[in-house]
Design a protein around this ligand. Structure first.
Ligand SMILES: Cc1cc2nc3c(=O)[nH]c(=O)nc-3n(C[C@H](O)[C@H](O)[C@H](O)COP(=O)(O)OP(=O)(O)OC[C@H]3O[C@@H](n4cnc5c(N)ncnc54)[C@H](O)[C@@H]3O)c2cc1C
Length: 518
């Protein structure tokens, strides 16, 4: 993955691409993998970094969605459970089984949630992760040492999947490239090219690094711009009515002492009717989430003070140790693109995906969730192939290993998320001992990971490395800021940049990270 080479490939092609995909989040990356693995010629364009939008800001669960089960969306849950199983099979280095405990404080809850979660198991069928069970108060205390115990009547344990969203995003991009796709980050689509009769026949792209602009011809353009998909649709039709409503969800990250142990806590209904998760994640505790409709979609959404207080206060009702603002190591927000069903509130909007043909040659795919990205991509490429009259090819992603595939990646310790790439990172650290050095005492990352992400994962900025190739910014914003000068120096050497670039990168990252501190 060499950006200058990818840029030349993207710019120099004279023939139309079969598909040009706008957006390098879960949806766009999934479409690129699907189409490239069918043998179609694919160009994916991302205006920032891969996964820099919603796809690095999720709760990091591969799940059927127990709350959708309660709302009666059986088919939605069934489809997601199917995809959950496939994703664990195709990316075992990134998806792990996680036990969730629902602590019960009212007499009827154990039977009620126990029955619901048995139904969840039945829907998962042979793809079930672990079996649900009703447990005693003692078992709840054992699994969740950090839970509030006064009034505890027992609990229910069930299983779902956990993953690292930004890492899966990068591995999907790499899978697409492994199958022949061209991909480019820092390359926004700034216009659509129209042919006879108003058909969309390509896009105008800007290279943010070099400043050049060019057009890429396409048999079909797939708009996978997530919460920004309406901006692309309006390039084709300025009067297009909005397809998505934006809903902001926020999380805070605390240290592990708030939820020691390996199980997650799920509160299925907070006093104001929401769902609250506290999840062990990379040696920390991730707590969220909120769901608040927002009128506009910022590129860098921020949790509001109210959202942070709400999460801390609600978590405090269920945790033995009350989290305070001063305990928050990082706070982040993401925007969910929910498909509008006609002006209702965001909580009631469909969680399913939608595919729409906006103009001849332009399709939009949005909605859904990380867990179902593969199924969304399959549906989208089927439609795109028909729309563009491409030779029919069967979808291959149901059993397609994702880059880094390794069923026993746990043996790589802190490098497990890299899967089969981990030994190559170890070699970097073995050859140059300085690269074996830890970048910060509070986090497990080593300098070799920076080199790896620049050489093979298209990391171009300090934020790419600290927010998405590693998760330093999301785990501990203050530590990430302290790491920035070292990371910038390592990157400058790799990319041939000067001291002005290094200083500007550190400044920009410090400014960005300020938004993750509360
Ligand atoms: C708080 C929260 C928690 C969630 N938790 C979960 C969970 O636990 N499990 C789960 O399965 N799902 C979860 N989801 C849902 C999931 O994260 C999203 O469905 C998914 O990430 C959406 O991906 P996307 O690619 O459509 O959007 P995005 O990730 O936002 O990607 C769109 C991309 O398009 C790019 N773009 C925009 N305009 C242009 C342009 N002009 N040119 C080029 N590129 C452009 C953007 O930069 C962006 O990178 C959660 C969502 C939220 C908000």
């Amino acid at each position: 993955m060499n950006r200058p080479a990818l840029l030349s490939r993207a710019r120099d092609r004279t023939e139309p691409w079969d598909l040009v995909v706008i957006g390098g989040g879960a949806t766009g990356a999934g479409v690129a993998v699907d189409a490239a693995s069918r043998g179609y010629a694919v160009l994916l364009l991302e205006r920032g970094d891969f996964g820099g939008g919603t796809s690095s800001r999720s709760t990091k669960l591969v799940h059927g969605g127990v709350r959708y089960l309660r709302q009666g969306h059986i088919q939605l849950v069934l489809d997601a459970l199917k995809e959950r199983g496939r994703l664990r099979r195709n990316a075992p280095h990134l998806v792990r089984d996680l036990a969730f405990v629902l602590p019960c404080y009212r007499w009827w809850e154990r039977a009620y949630y126990g029955a619901g979660l048995t139904a969840y198991d039945l829907l998962a069928g042979r793809r079930r992760f672990g079996r649900s069970k009703v447990v005693t108060p003692g078992e709840v205390r054992r699994r969740l040492p950090g839970v509030r115990t006064d009034g505890l009547r027992g609990g229910v344990v069930y299983h779902d999947g956990q993953f690292d969203d930004a890492r899966l995003n990068v591995h999907l991009i790499r899978t697409a490239v492994d199958h022949g796709a061209a991909v480019l980050n820092y390359a926004p689509v700034v216009g659509l090219v129209h042919g006879p009769g108003g058909a969309v026949t390509g896009v105008t792209v800007r290279d943010l690094e070099g400043g050049s602009e060019w057009t890429a011809a396409a048999r079909v353009v797939v708009n996978a711009a997530g919460p920004f998909c309406d901006d692309i649709r309006r390039l084709a039709d300025p009067s297009a009515s909005p397809l998505v409503a934006a809903s902001q969800g926020s999380h805070v990250v605390l240290d592990r002492s708030f939820l020691p142990g390996d199980s997650a806590l799920l509160v299925p209904e907070t006093p104001d009717g929401r769902v609250l998760f506290a999840i062990p994640w990379h040696g920390h505790t991730l707590v969220g989430t909120t769901d608040v409709e927002v009128p506009a979609v910022p590129v860098e959404p921020r949790p509001t003070a109210h959202e942070i207080d709400f999460i801390l206060e609600t978590a405090g009702r269920y945790l033995a140790k009350q989290p305070q603002r001063s305990d928050v190591l990082s706070a982040f927000a993401g925007i969910r693109p929910l498909v509008r069903a006609g002006g209702s509130s965001t909580a009631a909007l469909a969680r399913d995906h939608t595919i729409r043909v906006d103009a001849p040659g332009l399709m939009t795919i949005t909605g859904g969730k990380w867990t179902t990205y593969r199924r969304m991509a399959e549906d989208c490429v089927n439609r795109a192939a028909t729309l563009a009259g491409l030779p029919k090819q069967e979808c291959r992603t149901r059993d397609l290993p994702i880059h880094g595939f390794d069923p026993d990646a746990g043996r790589f310790g802190e490098l497990a998320v890299y899967g089969s790439d981990a030994p190559a990172i170890r070699v970097l650290a073995d050859v140059d001992k300085k690269l074996a050095e830890n970048l910060h005492p509070a986090l497990p990352y080593i300098a070799a990971e920076v080199i790896w992400s620049v050489r093979t994962e298209l990391a171009r900025t300090v934020a790419d490395v600290l927010a998405r190739r590693t998760r330093a910014l999301f785990l501990n914003a203050a530590a990430a800021v302290e790491m920035a000068p070292r990371v910038a120096g390592l990157m400058a050497r790799e990319l041939g940049r000067d001291s002005a670039w290094t200083a500007a990168q550190v400044r920009a990252f410090t400014e960005l990270a300020a938004g993750y501190r509360v």
